[in-house]
Design a binder for this molecule. Sequence first.
Ligand code: ADP
Ligand code: MG
Length: 238
Amino acid sequence: MAGISIQNVYKDYGALNVLKEFSLEIADGEFVVLVGPSGCGKSTMLKILAGLEPASGGKIMIGDRDVTDLAPGDRDIAMVFQNYALYPHLTVGQNMGFGLKMRGMPKAEIDRRVRAAAKILAVDHLLDRRPKALSGGQRQRVALGRAIVREPRAFLMDEPLSNLDAKLRVHTRAEISALHKRIGVTTVYVTHDQIEAMTMADRVVIMRDGAIQQIADPDTLFAKPENLFVAGFIGSPG
Ligand code: ADP
Ligand code: MG
Protein backbone atom coordinates (compact mmCIF):
# COMPACT_ATOMS: atom_id res chain seq x y z
CA MET A 1 0.00 0.00 0.00
CA ALA A 2 1.23 3.52 -0.75
CA GLY A 3 1.17 6.31 1.82
CA ILE A 4 2.26 5.90 5.42
CA SER A 5 1.50 2.96 7.65
CA ILE A 6 2.04 3.20 11.41
CA GLN A 7 1.70 -0.22 12.97
CA ASN A 8 1.41 -0.80 16.75
CA VAL A 9 3.97 1.87 17.58
CA TYR A 10 4.46 2.56 21.28
CA LYS A 11 6.90 4.54 23.36
CA ASP A 12 8.19 4.26 26.92
CA TYR A 13 10.41 6.75 28.70
CA GLY A 14 11.73 4.57 31.50
CA ALA A 15 8.69 3.36 33.41
CA LEU A 16 6.49 5.98 31.73
CA ASN A 17 4.40 4.67 28.81
CA VAL A 18 3.73 7.92 26.89
CA LEU A 19 2.41 6.31 23.71
CA LYS A 20 0.15 3.25 23.79
CA GLU A 21 -0.13 1.05 20.70
CA PHE A 22 -0.69 3.54 17.91
CA SER A 23 -1.82 2.33 14.48
CA LEU A 24 -2.80 4.56 11.56
CA GLU A 25 -2.95 4.17 7.79
CA ILE A 26 -2.46 7.41 5.88
CA ALA A 27 -3.29 7.55 2.17
CA ASP A 28 -1.08 9.36 -0.33
CA GLY A 29 -2.11 13.01 -0.47
CA GLU A 30 -4.13 12.91 2.73
CA PHE A 31 -4.03 15.70 5.36
CA VAL A 32 -4.22 14.03 8.78
CA VAL A 33 -4.29 16.01 12.02
CA LEU A 34 -3.26 14.56 15.40
CA VAL A 35 -5.03 16.54 18.10
CA GLY A 36 -5.36 16.24 21.85
CA PRO A 37 -4.53 17.99 25.12
CA SER A 38 -0.99 19.00 26.00
CA GLY A 39 1.13 16.02 27.03
CA CYS A 40 -0.99 13.36 25.27
CA GLY A 41 1.89 12.21 23.05
CA LYS A 42 1.36 14.08 19.76
CA SER A 43 4.91 15.38 19.41
CA THR A 44 6.31 12.02 20.48
CA MET A 45 4.37 10.26 17.71
CA LEU A 46 5.50 12.81 15.12
CA LYS A 47 9.14 12.58 16.21
CA ILE A 48 9.00 8.79 15.93
CA LEU A 49 7.51 9.15 12.43
CA ALA A 50 10.31 11.57 11.52
CA GLY A 51 12.98 9.29 12.96
CA LEU A 52 14.04 11.86 15.54
CA GLU A 53 13.08 9.54 18.39
CA PRO A 54 13.20 5.72 18.35
CA ALA A 55 9.98 3.81 18.97
CA SER A 56 9.99 1.30 21.82
CA GLY A 57 8.14 -1.07 19.51
CA GLY A 58 6.10 -1.28 16.33
CA LYS A 59 6.75 -0.62 12.67
CA ILE A 60 6.55 2.31 10.25
CA MET A 61 6.21 1.94 6.48
CA ILE A 62 6.51 4.84 4.05
CA GLY A 63 5.36 3.69 0.64
CA ASP A 64 6.63 0.12 0.41
CA ARG A 65 9.75 0.81 2.52
CA ASP A 66 10.11 -0.21 6.15
CA VAL A 67 11.66 2.96 7.62
CA THR A 68 11.40 1.95 11.30
CA ASP A 69 15.17 1.90 11.76
CA LEU A 70 16.16 4.53 9.17
CA ALA A 71 17.72 7.89 10.04
CA PRO A 72 15.57 11.04 9.52
CA GLY A 73 17.44 11.97 6.33
CA ASP A 74 16.69 8.61 4.73
CA ARG A 75 12.92 8.71 5.21
CA ASP A 76 11.97 11.11 2.41
CA ILE A 77 9.90 13.30 4.72
CA ALA A 78 10.31 16.92 5.83
CA MET A 79 9.51 18.24 9.29
CA VAL A 80 8.26 21.78 9.98
CA PHE A 81 8.68 22.82 13.61
CA GLN A 82 6.85 25.45 15.64
CA ASN A 83 10.21 27.06 16.23
CA TYR A 84 11.13 27.99 12.69
CA ALA A 85 14.47 29.69 13.33
CA LEU A 86 15.99 30.92 10.06
CA TYR A 87 19.69 31.65 9.63
CA PRO A 88 19.95 35.44 10.14
CA HIS A 89 23.09 35.88 8.04
CA LEU A 90 21.63 34.10 4.98
CA THR A 91 19.12 35.51 2.52
CA VAL A 92 15.64 34.04 2.16
CA GLY A 93 16.76 32.16 -0.96
CA GLN A 94 19.85 30.81 0.79
CA ASN A 95 17.79 29.80 3.81
CA MET A 96 15.41 27.86 1.58
CA GLY A 97 18.22 26.16 -0.34
CA PHE A 98 20.54 25.50 2.60
CA GLY A 99 19.49 21.90 3.26
CA LEU A 100 19.82 20.99 -0.42
CA LYS A 101 23.27 22.57 -0.61
CA MET A 102 24.37 20.54 2.41
CA ARG A 103 23.30 17.42 0.57
CA GLY A 104 25.47 18.39 -2.41
CA MET A 105 22.70 19.16 -4.90
CA PRO A 106 23.90 21.10 -7.99
CA LYS A 107 23.30 24.86 -7.75
CA ALA A 108 21.08 25.03 -10.85
CA GLU A 109 18.69 22.43 -9.39
CA ILE A 110 18.66 24.21 -6.02
CA ASP A 111 17.82 27.50 -7.76
CA ARG A 112 15.03 25.86 -9.73
CA ARG A 113 13.47 24.35 -6.62
CA VAL A 114 13.84 27.50 -4.50
CA ARG A 115 12.21 29.62 -7.20
CA ALA A 116 9.34 27.18 -7.62
CA ALA A 117 8.69 26.99 -3.87
CA ALA A 118 9.03 30.76 -3.42
CA LYS A 119 6.43 31.28 -6.13
CA ILE A 120 3.98 28.85 -4.52
CA LEU A 121 4.40 30.67 -1.19
CA ALA A 122 4.36 34.18 -2.68
CA VAL A 123 7.79 35.07 -1.30
CA ASP A 124 9.51 35.17 -4.70
CA HIS A 125 9.99 38.94 -4.39
CA LEU A 126 11.81 38.45 -1.06
CA LEU A 127 14.52 35.97 -2.07
CA ASP A 128 17.41 38.44 -1.59
CA ARG A 129 16.24 39.79 1.78
CA ARG A 130 17.49 38.69 5.18
CA PRO A 131 15.02 37.17 7.69
CA LYS A 132 15.04 40.24 9.94
CA ALA A 133 13.45 42.25 7.11
CA LEU A 134 10.44 39.89 6.99
CA SER A 135 7.15 39.81 8.88
CA GLY A 136 6.32 36.84 11.11
CA GLY A 137 4.01 35.39 8.48
CA GLN A 138 6.63 35.74 5.75
CA ARG A 139 9.19 33.98 7.94
CA GLN A 140 6.78 31.15 8.55
CA ARG A 141 6.30 30.81 4.79
CA VAL A 142 10.07 30.68 4.26
CA ALA A 143 10.22 27.92 6.89
CA LEU A 144 7.57 26.02 4.91
CA GLY A 145 9.62 26.72 1.78
CA ARG A 146 12.61 24.94 3.29
CA ALA A 147 10.46 21.83 3.57
CA ILE A 148 8.86 22.17 0.12
CA VAL A 149 12.20 22.45 -1.76
CA ARG A 150 13.09 18.97 -0.56
CA GLU A 151 10.10 17.67 -2.56
CA PRO A 152 9.47 15.10 0.15
CA ARG A 153 6.98 12.30 0.15
CA ALA A 154 5.33 13.78 3.26
CA PHE A 155 5.30 16.88 5.46
CA LEU A 156 5.23 16.56 9.23
CA MET A 157 4.19 19.72 11.05
CA ASP A 158 4.27 20.17 14.82
CA GLU A 159 2.13 23.14 15.88
CA PRO A 160 3.62 25.28 13.09
CA LEU A 161 1.32 28.22 13.89
CA SER A 162 1.65 28.38 17.66
CA ASN A 163 4.18 31.24 17.62
CA LEU A 164 1.93 33.47 15.51
CA ASP A 165 -0.66 35.92 16.80
CA ALA A 166 -4.34 34.99 16.43
CA LYS A 167 -4.97 36.87 13.19
CA LEU A 168 -1.86 35.60 11.47
CA ARG A 169 -2.63 32.10 12.69
CA VAL A 170 -5.99 32.06 10.91
CA HIS A 171 -4.37 33.49 7.78
CA THR A 172 -1.46 31.03 7.74
CA ARG A 173 -3.81 28.14 8.48
CA ALA A 174 -5.72 28.99 5.31
CA GLU A 175 -2.44 29.25 3.41
CA ILE A 176 -1.31 25.81 4.52
CA SER A 177 -4.67 24.35 3.48
CA ALA A 178 -4.46 26.08 0.09
CA LEU A 179 -0.88 24.90 -0.34
CA HIS A 180 -1.97 21.34 0.40
CA LYS A 181 -4.74 21.56 -2.20
CA ARG A 182 -2.25 22.84 -4.76
CA ILE A 183 0.62 20.39 -4.28
CA GLY A 184 -1.24 17.57 -2.54
CA VAL A 185 1.66 16.26 -0.45
CA THR A 186 0.71 13.85 2.33
CA THR A 187 0.72 15.85 5.57
CA VAL A 188 0.64 14.85 9.22
CA TYR A 189 -0.14 17.93 11.27
CA VAL A 190 -0.05 18.16 15.07
CA THR A 191 -2.02 20.69 17.09
CA HIS A 192 -3.74 21.00 20.47
CA ASP A 193 -6.32 23.29 18.82
CA GLN A 194 -9.50 21.42 17.91
CA ILE A 195 -10.71 24.20 15.61
CA GLU A 196 -7.49 23.99 13.62
CA ALA A 197 -7.96 20.22 13.43
CA MET A 198 -11.60 20.35 12.35
CA THR A 199 -11.02 23.02 9.68
CA MET A 200 -7.84 21.65 8.13
CA ALA A 201 -8.05 17.86 8.26
CA ASP A 202 -9.24 15.24 5.83
CA ARG A 203 -9.14 12.99 8.89
CA VAL A 204 -8.62 13.78 12.55
CA VAL A 205 -6.94 11.52 15.10
CA ILE A 206 -8.09 12.40 18.61
CA MET A 207 -5.60 11.44 21.31
CA ARG A 208 -5.69 11.32 25.08
CA ASP A 209 -2.99 10.04 27.46
CA GLY A 210 -1.00 8.38 24.69
CA ALA A 211 -3.98 6.53 23.21
CA ILE A 212 -6.14 7.09 20.14
CA GLN A 213 -9.74 7.89 21.06
CA GLN A 214 -11.19 8.13 17.56
CA ILE A 215 -10.08 8.47 13.94
CA ALA A 216 -12.63 10.04 11.59
CA ASP A 217 -13.30 12.87 9.17
CA PRO A 218 -14.47 16.09 10.84
CA ASP A 219 -18.16 15.67 9.92
CA THR A 220 -18.30 12.15 11.34
CA LEU A 221 -16.47 13.22 14.49
CA PHE A 222 -18.95 15.97 15.07
CA ALA A 223 -22.01 13.86 14.28
CA LYS A 224 -20.87 10.61 15.91
CA PRO A 225 -18.25 11.13 18.62
CA GLU A 226 -17.41 7.68 20.02
CA ASN A 227 -17.13 8.77 23.63
CA LEU A 228 -17.69 11.67 25.99
CA PHE A 229 -14.07 12.76 25.83
CA VAL A 230 -14.23 13.17 22.04
CA ALA A 231 -17.57 14.95 22.23
CA GLY A 232 -16.29 17.32 24.90
CA PHE A 233 -12.99 17.96 23.18
CA ILE A 234 -14.45 18.94 19.84
CA GLY A 235 -17.49 20.61 21.37
CA SER A 236 -20.00 18.30 19.71
CA PRO A 237 -23.52 18.11 21.15
CA GLY A 238 -22.79 14.34 21.25
P1 ADP B 1 2.25 16.64 23.31
O1 ADP B 1 3.07 16.95 22.10
O2 ADP B 1 0.94 15.98 22.99
O3 ADP B 1 2.04 17.84 24.19
P2 ADP B 1 4.53 15.02 24.08
O4 ADP B 1 4.59 13.97 23.02
O5 ADP B 1 5.50 16.13 23.98
O6 ADP B 1 3.04 15.56 24.20
O7 ADP B 1 4.75 14.34 25.50
C1 ADP B 1 4.01 13.20 25.90
C2 ADP B 1 4.45 12.78 27.30
O8 ADP B 1 5.78 12.29 27.23
C3 ADP B 1 4.45 13.91 28.29
O9 ADP B 1 4.03 13.40 29.54
C4 ADP B 1 5.90 14.34 28.36
O10 ADP B 1 6.21 14.88 29.62
C5 ADP B 1 6.61 13.01 28.13
N1 ADP B 1 7.92 13.18 27.49
C6 ADP B 1 8.17 13.74 26.28
N2 ADP B 1 9.47 13.71 25.97
C7 ADP B 1 10.08 13.09 27.01
C8 ADP B 1 11.45 12.71 27.32
N3 ADP B 1 12.44 13.00 26.45
N4 ADP B 1 11.68 12.10 28.47
C9 ADP B 1 10.69 11.80 29.33
N5 ADP B 1 9.39 12.10 29.12
C10 ADP B 1 9.09 12.74 27.98
MG1 MG C 1 3.85 18.80 21.44
